[in-house]
Structures are given as C-alpha cells and as structure tokens.
Design a protein around this ligand. Structure first.
Ligand code: HXC
Length: 256
C-alpha cells in the first residue's frame, strides 16, 4: 500500500484517507490504485460494514494530478484509458461516505460523487474547474453532478469552473449534510457506524435500488424495489429485525 493513502478501521468502519496534503491530495495513478485496493479490501472483509473516504483539512482532493496529465497526448491518454479504473471504486458494494474538508475539485469532486453521499465541513468548496485547463470532467462530473443537482446548475458549474461553498452544495443536493469543519470525520464515522449496524443484505439491496432510480423508468424502478422488498423476507435479518421491534429490543443483525 502506498503511503499516499492511509487506511485504518474503527469498529465496523473502514477509513481511507488521501495523504498528499502538500499537493492538496491531487489524484495520480498511484493514489487511485491505492484507494481502489483499500476499498476492495474493506469490501471483502465481513467485519467492515461502511467505508469513510476522507482527505486533509485543506483538501479532500483538488483534482486529478495536473503534472501527471500535462504531458500526455490524446493517443496516450486514450490508450491508458486514463482513470477508467475508478469504476472499480464505484463497484464496491459496501456503502461509502465522503467526508470532505476544504477543496473537492475536478476529479476530487467526481470521486466524492462516486461515494453514496457526502458530509462536508462549513468551509468545503466544490467545483469542476477543468474548463480552465482546456478540458472537461473525465470521471463522471458531467453525468453525476447533473443527476444530483440538475442540468441548469450543473451546466453553470461546468461552463464557468466556479466553486460552490458548502451551504450552496447542500441546498443544491450535491452533499447530504454540513457540519463544523472539525467534526467532519467524527460525524462521518458515527454515521458509518450506524449504517454498519444494519442488515448487510438490506444495505446492499437499498444501495442498488436507489441507484436504479437514476437508470430505470418509474414503473421499472418501482417493480425492482417491490421485488427486492419481497426477496428480503428470505433473509434472517428480516425475521430478527421485525421480531426485535415487536419485542422492544435492539436487533442483532448477523447476515453477511
Ligand atoms: C497537481 C496540484 C493540484 C492538481 C493543487 N496542486 N492542485 N497539483 N494537480 N490538481 C498543488 C499545487 O501545484 C501546489 O504545489 C500545491 O498543490 C498547493 O496548491 P496552491 O495552488 O499553491 O494552493 P492555493 O493557492 O491555496 O490554491 C488552491 C486551489 C489550486 C484553488 C485548489 O491549487 C487549484 O486551482 N488547483 C487545481 C484545481 C483543478 O484544476 N482541478 C482539476 C484538475 S483536472 P506546489 O508544488 O506549487 O506547492 C481533473 C480532471 C479529472 O481533475 C478527470 C480525470 C480523467
């Protein structure tokens, strides 16, 4: 594991931290591989029920590493299918929370949007400034931001390259919650601990089903949801969860 990324666990939570603070956690190929490997390792560890991805006080990540990309030509960047590997991070089934302090720009904002939701500090700043570099977002910015905040606001962000503050990002729906800067990681770990305590099959299914809302027609999405709801009655956690409610006790979910 590269020292550009730090991993640790806290109870059932796997924590991944970008560790290039001097470069504002600019994402190069080594960082990408390390984050993906860490997320996959947590995903295959049954004791981990939720992942928190975070950065440093000044930056979650200020984008793809411009010094790594600057000298590439079109043929080379296409041959490498540059940053296509981030799809493997998206494919991790364990819920992922982005805990954002400081800048989440370009690829940093895009990796944040690959997470299931984001909790950010009051001074966090978001944007897709690639237009200022003569390019555009390349790992989902035009697609995920548009789905999250709508075409008008997304278009403005991509065309101007301006930054959005935390309160605006909250109102727009780009992030789920704003907390004091110092509380971001603690709050994300607390939230992740709550999530990790729930039924793992139900967590996997609700993630998939919510994501389907962006892909399917309403009728197909509703049918998918109902079928998943029915199928979860085959899980021991459904028996336990409902019995615990009726017996007025805390459920002990065990399915992995
Ligand atoms: C490489 C970066 C970087 C980046 C910051 N640094 N962002 N290096 N790639 N994306 C480095 C700086 O060069 C500098 O290094 C150090 O981090 C501190 O940054 P400063 O600019 O001195 O800090 P500050 O003045 O506070 O300005 C912060 C900032 C600015 C506004 C965030 O750094 C900035 O605009 N960064 C670039 C943001 C960006 O354009 N991101 C999109 C990248 S393209 P030295 O060595 O000088 O100290 C992208 C495409 C994704 O993400 C798609 C891929 C397929």
């Amino acid at each position: 594991m590269s020292d550009l990324v730090i991993t640790r666990t806290q109870g059932p939570v796997g924590i991944i931290q970008f560790n290039r603070p001097e470069q504002l956690n600019a994402l190069n190929a080594t960082v990408a591989q390390a984050v993906i490997a860490a997320a996959q390792a947590f995903d295959s560890n049954p004791s981990i029920g939720c992942i928190v991805l975070t950065g440093s006080p000044k930056a979650f990540a200020a984008g793809a590493d411009i010094s790594e990309m600057a000298g590439m030509n079109a043929a080379e960047i296409a041959r490498l299918d540059y940053f296509a590997e981030w799809q493997q991070f998206v494919d991790v089934k364990t819920p992922k929370i982005a805990a954002v302090n400081g800048y989440a720009l370009g690829g940093g904002c895009e990796v944040m949007m690959m997470c299931d939701f984001a909790i950010a500090g009051e001074n966090a700043k978001f944007g897709q400034p690639e237009i200022k570099l003569g390019v555009i977002a390349g790992i989902g910015g035009t697609q995920r931001m548009t789905r999250l905040i709508g075409r008008s606001r997304s278009m403005e962000m991509h065309l101007t390259g301006r930054m959005m503050g935390a309160q605006e990002a909250l109102q727009a729906g780009l992030i789920a919650r704003v907390v004091a800067d110092d509380d971001v990681v603690t709050d994300a770990i607390k939230t992740a601990t709550t999530i990790a305590g729930y039924s793992r099959p139900a967590l996997r299914m609700v993630r998939e089903t919510v994501m389907r809302a962006e892909e399917l027609s309403l009728q197909d999405g509703l049918l998918h949801e109902r079928r998943v709801f029915h199928a979860l009655f085959g899980s021991e956690d459904q028996t336990e969860g409902m019995a615990a409610f009726l017996e007025k006790r805390k459920p002990a979910f065990t399915a992995r």
